[in-house]
Design a protein around this ligand. Sequence first.
Ligand SMILES: NC(=O)c1ccc[n+]([C@@H]2O[C@H](COP(=O)([O-])OP(=O)(O)OC[C@H]3O[C@@H](n4cnc5c(N)ncnc54)[C@H](OP(=O)(O)O)[C@@H]3O)[C@@H](O)[C@H]2O)c1
Length: 254
Amino acid sequence: TQGLSLGKAACILTGASRGFGRSLALLLAPRLETGSVLIPVARSQGGLAELEAELRSSFPSLKVHSVQADLSTEDGLQLVLRAVQDKLPGAADLERLLVINNAGSLGDISKSFLDCPSPAEVNSYFAFNVTSALCHHILHPEGLPGAPWLVQDCRPFKSWTLYCTGKASRDMMFQVLALENPGVRVLSYAPGHLDTEMQQLARTKSADPEMREQFLRMKQSGQLLDCSVSAQKLVTLLLQDTFASGAHIDFYEL
Ligand SMILES: NC(=O)c1ccc[n+]([C@@H]2O[C@H](COP(=O)([O-])OP(=O)(O)OC[C@H]3O[C@@H](n4cnc5c(N)ncnc54)[C@H](OP(=O)(O)O)[C@@H]3O)[C@@H](O)[C@H]2O)c1
């Protein structure tokens, strides 16, 4: 993939302030041609500012417009929408729109299935982890070919009811998107076990002791992936562009 590029693109990347999203932003940037626009989204101003400074100094031809927004709220979604409308000038001039739904949360993993969370808790979890990804279709500027939507991991884990249900919903949602829109390239990417804050929560807060132990063992034996290793695989998939639209691809399968 050396020398391949994603063309002149607009890229909306949620959850870019840390973890996988941050690494992905730094690996996507050199593959975006001059005039491309990157819109990193997260809640933390500090994380976004740091990323923006790093991108500006390493890739001066890339336009970067961070949006500080809480995607669990409608106001947050509106902020992203407004930024897209304001910052994507001359959409016809862009070859591709990349929407990367990377932001996600574990929810309360300290309870097992039968310790039901309250309806308010469930709704709030889904507002962020499902609704916000579903509502990104409003971001499609007219006439722009769409490209992938991610990031998923779609397996059952004990005590992770909300997380697993949310990821399965997103997977199906994106399969429908792919079926309805042959012109949109859709990919669900499972990035593998990453050494991030989310993993730290997984090994300390999971209700199930076997899960805690398994994740702790992975950390201690150096089995957790560096985010940039997995992000590089994803960038390669995007550059090669040979996946079946709607596919679910796991880091460990590659
Ligand atoms: N880590 C793993 O082992 C693993 C495995 C499989 C799949 N994944 C998936 O990969 C993705 C990234 O995981 P990660 O490990 O990098 O997670 P992470 O370290 O917890 O980072 C999550 C990102 O999402 C943002 N975020 C959280 N709540 C938000 C909200 N309400 N509104 C807007 N942004 C919000 C966070 O930024 P702010 O806090 O600044 O808002 C942060 O940038 C997630 O979808 C996760 O489910 C991770």
